[in-house]
Write a protein that binds this ligand. Structure first.
Ligand SMILES: Cc1cc2nc3c(=O)[nH]c(=O)nc-3n(C[C@H](O)[C@H](O)[C@H](O)COP(=O)(O)OP(=O)(O)OC[C@H]3O[C@@H](n4cnc5c(N)ncnc54)[C@H](O)[C@@H]3O)c2cc1C
Length: 571
């Protein structure tokens, strides 16, 4: 929308702007800070001043953000669904505030439109200058980053963004919702089972329930899209495979892989990080990590991953999601990774940071409910899906304990089923204490799940057995959360990478000796080097690793040191 077309000439626009409330939206949690006079003066050299008219669009929903608009005078509003009959004003900003979202740094499209309400002046700072600006004006850089992260967090909670329409009992809809949630893409789910407007909306679009799940975002109507198609639309794929030989390919973007990407890119390596699902790995499956250094009140795994991803990107690392490595071979002295979609990418070195894959519950009936009512994570995304339900959580470790305390705030009833005979057998004391004191959590010790019952993919009962008395009990449950450990994600590695009896990657001197399995003995091996020179392993996937976020991060950083040594030996 141009300034000429805007002012008073478009009836719907005038109607929308007339609805904008007076004043400004309060600054929620630092999401909308007001820059001081001195800061505004310092920013002048980085951008361009211009006058703006009522109705002028500064940021367009669905488009990549080319610049950050700092309001010098006048007011602007964030609008969702701009130009449609569903348009709604989300927030209003006055002088000294800046518009924009995380996408200006990551290349994702904007999820709202920024439109001028009262004419005035803005300072437009081009996106490509932001990195240099953030380095030169650190206080502003910190404010900008924090504001964008909080804005994303707000958008996720408010259901701003694209729509996924489908049934809560559809496997495909569940996959899309999980992909969006894990990748922190703002969206709202419209449930065909319980949300009458969802069906009306489908009808208006000329679609039938059989064509769902459907994703709607501005001009895009995606019918039953794959997660890769969703990733394409929302700018998660940042790679041209034919491009070049990367110095370092990091496989897996959990804490270990993200650390390797940050250190690799910041130390000048041409670094590519890829993940089959989303950044965050197992850590992204929990709502609160309380023992990671520097976060005394805890941090959600999703937020930790988002921050790390931004950091990696800031240093120039590239990422590709979803990108599952299915095979690896050596060619011309390099490592060639084949992805599930058939593309190949080439690197001089590879850091294997593929962690562990969740272990499924070995009980009858699992398949019937797994895609609809069984979860392997407990974050706000799962909480939304299980709100008001009776929930059974299985597991006796910290991850099950964290899930129980978190879900107690959302579910109607939480039952924790554990094989252990005391809660602190495999759980940190602080968590066990918290659970024992929480009247909303019922604990069943020395108990295992016998079978699941329900109808047409809807879970109704979890049948459990007391392993001491052998008595069966029927626990009402609409959702089941499973946290019983995992198995290493190493099936894609070639035989030349030695793994131990459990399938974990052997590194260092043991790998050089060929311990653990058939391996090629070598004279020297770097600490995290596998039996295949130039291939390193970090984090939970590594044999003997500690299975903690901090340890994974440390190993990711160390692996980069090993990469440098390898490259200097072989160049
Ligand atoms: C629910 C839960 C709560 C936890 N809470 C805590 C806690 O409070 N404190 C703590 O210290 N630790 C905690 N942990 C453990 C911690 O999360 C892990 O130790 C840590 O995430 C390991 O990091 P990683 O990077 O090695 O592997 P992972 O986190 O497992 O990440 C591996 C990544 O690799 C990807 N991947 C796998 N195979 C492929 C492939 N073939 N191609 C491409 N990508 C692939 C996966 O999608 C995944 O994103 C928790 C774990 C869980 C499950």
């Amino acid at each position: 929308m141009t300034a000429e077309a805007a002012a008073g000439e478009v009836p719907w626009l005038e109607e929308l702007l007339a609805e904008v409330p007076p004043g400004e939206t309060p600054d929620l949690h630092g999401a909308f800070p007001r820059l001081e006079e001195a800061q505004l003066r310092a920013l002048e050299t980085w951008g361009e001043r211009r006058t703006v008219e009522r109705g002028e669009v500064l940021v367009a929903e669905g488009e990549p953000e080319q610049s950050v608009a700092v309001l010098l005078s006048g007011r602007a509003a964030d609008v969702e669904g701009f130009g449609t009959s569903d348009a709604r004003v989300i927030r209003v900003h006055g002088p000294g505030r800046f518009l924009g979202e995380l996408g200006v740094l990551t290349g994702q499209p904007s999820f709202v439109t920024g439109v001028v309400v009262d004419p005035g002046e803005v300072l437009g700072i081009p996106a490509e200058r932001l990195r240099a600006l953030a380095a030169a004006e650190r206080a502003f850089g910190d404010q900008l980053l924090r504001a964008f992260l909080v804005r994303r967090w707000l958008a996720l909670g408010e259901g701003v963004g694209f729509r996924i329409i489908g049934s809560r009992y559809s496997r495909e809809a569940r996959q899309l919702r999980e992909f969006a949630a894990r990748n922190r893409l703002p969206h709202r789910f419209l449930d065909l089972e319980e949300d009458p407007p969802a069906e009306h909306l489908l009808r208006d679009l000329g679609l039938t329930p059989e064509e769902t799940p459907v994703v709607l975002f501005r001009g895009h109507v995606l019918r039953n899209p794959t997660t890769a198609q969703l990733a394409e639309v929302f700018g998660l794929r940042d790679v041209d495979p034919s491009e070049r030989v990367h110095d370092l390919i990091v496989v897996g973007a959990g804490p270990a892989g993200l650390a390797a990407a940050v250190y690799g890119a910041s130390e000048g390596l041409d670094t590519l990080v890829l993940d089959a699902v989303a950044p965050g790995g197992q850590a992204g499956r929990t709502s609160s990590i309380e023992n990671y250094l520097g976060f005394p009140s805890g941090i959600s795994g999703g937020e930790l991953a988002e921050r790390a991803e931004m950091q990696a990107e800031k240093f120039g690392a590239r990422r590709d999601v979803p990108a599952e490595a299915v095979a690896m071979e050596q060619r011309d002295g390099n490592h060639v990774l084949r992805l599930a979609d058939g593309t190949e990418i080439v690197g001089r070195c590879v850091v294997v940071a593929t962690g562990v894959r969740v272990r499924r519950l070995p009980v009858p009936g699992l398949e019937e409910f797994e895609d609809t009512c069984v979860y392997y994570a407990a974050t706000s995304a799962e909480a939304q899906q299980c709100v008001g339900d009776p929930v059974v959580i299985v597991g006796g470790g910290n991850s099950a304990g964290q899930a129980a305390t978190f879900m107690a705030d959302h579910a109607a009833q939480v039952r924790l089923v554990a094989l252990e005979s005391s809660l602190d057998e495999n759980m940190s004391r602080y968590l066990a204490d918290r659970i024992e004191r929480d009247p909303r959590i019922e604990v069943r010790l020395h108990t295992e799940v016998e079978r699941l019952e329900g109808e047409r993919g809807r879970l109704e009962t979890v049948v459990v057995k007391d392993t001491v008395t052998r008595e069966l009990d029927r626990l009402p449950a609409r959702d089941l959360m499973v946290f019983i450990g995992g198995t290493p994600s190493t099936s894609w590695l070639p035989e030349s990478v030695t793994v131990d009896a459990g399938g974990y990657v052997v590194t260092g001197p043991a790998a050089a000796r060929g311990d653990g399995a058939e391996g090629l003995p070598r004279d020297a091996a770097l600490l995290l080097e596998t039996s295949l020179p130039g291939v390193f392993a970090a984090g939970d996937v590594r044999s003997g690793s500690v299975k903690r976020v901090a340890a994974a991060v440390g190993e990711g950083a160390m692996a980069v040191r090993c990469v440098h040594e390898h490259l200097s030996r072989t160049r």
